[in-house]
Write a protein that binds this ligand. Sequence first.
Ligand SMILES: Cc1ncc(COP(=O)(O)O)c(C=O)c1O
Length: 355
Amino acid sequence: MTPEFGDGTRVVHAFAGEAGDPFGAQPVFASAYHLGGQDYYGRAGNPTWRALESALGALEGGECVVFPSGMAAISTLLRTVLSTGDTLVIPSDGYFLTRKFVSEMDVTVREVPTAGPYPSLDGVKLVLLETPSNPGLDVCGIADLAERAHAAGALLAVDNTTATPLGQRPIELGADVVVASDTKAVAGHSDVLFGHVTLASPELAGRLRDARTLNGAIPGPFETWLALRGLGTLDLRLARQAENAAAIHALLKGRIEGLRWPGAPEDPAHPVAARQMRRFNGVLTFVLEDKAAVDEFLARSRLVSAATSFGGLHSTADRRAQFGDPVPEGLVRFSAGCEDTRDLVADVSQALGLD
Ligand SMILES: Cc1ncc(COP(=O)(O)O)c(C=O)c1O
């Protein structure tokens, strides 16, 4: 699909097919193939993977390799790029399992808050950013840090889960690698785990593909097809989610502590986010008094469910301290879904006692 088309057109037409074909790629459930063609064994290749990889790769400007979850994507990237004794920079405020994973690797880990300041990158092998970070929604300048990383001889990777492939294109900003959990907005329906890595270097993409074939942790064709099917409506869903997040932000502004949404002009992350993000999404954060206040909010709401994921059709809220994030007890990561804006705002307003 040519890049001059808009995002909605690109995701809808990424797998349109030709006369006689079904609309969209269908899942191919083969383990073994008749030898002599492109595919020979399901652990090494699958046409459904390639359909999604070509769509995500085209959106992100690199070669995409799909994985069965975001953590499978992240852990395979880290194991492939890092050797014993290497130094890695990761966010101190990003996804907690990435920190836990590297703490068990034989590498030197430097944790830096997403908003900086960033120390000298001399001697660093890989800088992994997460912008906007989950759950604090701070951002950092990808282009500046890519330049600094490259000057120090390091690779720069960006966890793009929160932003999505339509919200941010790290490779265009100078990053070497994009890694993401597509369990969230890309698949978008809270019914599948999925992940991918997109790489600027075909050589490194080949190494990731080989690692996937060797470690055998591969995505199933049906799960791949679900993610592919979700991608087709990502543009539409993001539009409604961002509209809902903006409306919830307007409702809570000045009335609830710790309100963060990079899409709001008054948010501290906004200047950098507006420079490098192509659009905003439905994830915002705010802080209620304590656990009891969050429990009461969830009990009173008819539309917002407690759930630990984000980017899905349904509005959800997650009290992140329960999973060990170093955040206040009452911090809520709120994922605005695709409900009618009027209904969601009315529901959140009554549930928080703001009426
Ligand atoms: C920023 C970020 N990266 C990675 C992951 C891991 O993805 P998965 O749950 O698909 O393994 C998550 C999951 O919440 C996430 O929020």
